[in-house]
Design a protein around this ligand. Structure first.
Ligand SMILES: Nc1nc2c(ncn2[C@@H]2O[C@H](COP(=O)(O)OP(=O)(O)OP(=O)(O)O)[C@@H](O)[C@H]2O)c(=O)[nH]1
Ligand SMILES: [Mg+2]
Length: 325
């Protein structure tokens, strides 16, 4: 199952307490202080893992605690440091502090590691409190608490091009024609329920990544249909391909609905560079294509995934746009 949102609780280990002790040896009647320091608490660390593709695991395990540091001991023995906890997450995971909404981590490449909660420092033992005036200190410190917080995990796929359109526009069909991805295709709305990535090979040696997401309908920003939360997966793409069914009864209106939904998701999404793709060119048209007054400066192309017409032109246009950004 594809899950792209989770909330977890993380707690780094507390530091171990310092120790209060004095040397006791047969021929040393008044041994000096010998209490060791406490060990450091373990950190909570996240690591990006290219083999993970969903946040599903975090539906089951939501609390992650690193080990506490051991207490210091006599004979100046420092307590052992607590063990770190390593949490693996998919590439594209963004971690925010729940309370402040502060962005803590953006995992963008395999193997990237970040400490999200630091373990507390160990307390000092009494040996460290010796001074000129106090040769037998009896003071020592507790360990310091490890950081603790609730964090929100959001998976935002990393792709170059996002396919966006009303249900049934032909997004998944296009992806299946231009890449090796095998998304589900059917003639009913909301066939696609979770995003699919496909790698498009271009000119033998080059490639780019395309994301196919569920269809957007009018009122998606109010929660209609599947809502619009999956648009997060195309938030970080360089360009958007707006797919419009050219056999629709009112293509211009479809374009306006889609644009309005992108706008209400975020201004950044609305401002993103787009290419307008009219699909199903093989079918008879029932309405005029929108004029350039409606689609503005954006480039447009008519394609058919069934006959393959103009797919090469589309890919060339996309490639050029990607080079320019
Ligand atoms: N004639 C024709 N039919 C097409 C073309 N492209 C897609 N279709 C059909 O349109 C229907 C919808 O295609 P999908 O690719 O599932 O559409 P989608 O945009 O991914 O739909 P959702 O996932 O529901 O948002 C399917 O029945 C496809 O066979 C095309 O170029 N020509
Ligand atoms: Mg689809």
């Amino acid at each position: 199952m594809f899950i792209d949102y989770a909330k977890i609780h993380i707690k780094a280990g507390d530091g171990g307490a310092g120790c209060m002790a004095f040397r006791r040896e047969k021929f040393v009647p008044k041994g000096g202080p010998s209490g060791g320091d406490g060990g450091k608490g373990g950190d909570v660390i996240v690591e990006a893992d290219q083999h993970m593709h969903t946040l599903l695991d975090f539906q089951y395990q939501r609390i992650f605690r690193a080990q506490r540091g051991e207490h210091g001991q006599g004979s100046n023995k420092t307590g052992k440091n607590g063990q770190d906890v390593l949490i693996r997450m998919p590439i594209g995971t963004v971690i925010k502090d729940e309370l402040s909404s502060e962005l803590l981590v953006d995992l963008t490449r395999h193997g990237q590691r970040v400490v999200v909660a630091s373990g507390g420092r160990g307390g000092r033992g009494n040996a460290r409190f010796v001074s000129a005036t106090n040769q037998a200190p009896r003071n020592w410190e507790q360990g310091f608490p490890g950081e603790e917080r609730d964090v929100i995990l959001e998976l935002k796929l990393i792709a170059d091009v996002g396919l966006v359109g009303l249900p049934n526009a032909g997004k998944s069909t296009l992806l299946s024609c231009i890449s090796a991805a095998k998304p589900k295709i059917a003639d009913y709305p909301f066939t696609t329920l979770s995003p699919v990535l496909g790698i498009v090979r271009f000119n033998d040696s080059q490639s780019f990544v395309v994301a196919d997401i569920p269809g957007v309908i009018e009122g998606a920003h109010l929660g209609k249909g599947l809502g619009h939360q999956f648009l997060r997966h195309i938030e970080r793409t360089k360009i958007l391909a707006l797919l419009l069914d050219s056999s629709s009864e009112n293509i211009e209106q479809d374009y306006k609905i889609l644009s309005a939904e992108l706008e209400s998701y975020s201004p950044e999404m609305a401002k993103k560079r787009r290419i307008v793709v009219y699909t199903k060119k093989d079918l008879p048209r029932q309405s005029e294509l929108p004029t350039s007054k409606v689609i503005g400066k954006h480039d447009a192309v008519e394609i058919s995934a069934v006959t393959g017409e103009n797919l090469d032109i589309l890919l060339t246009k996309i490639w050029k746009l990607l080079q320019n950004i």
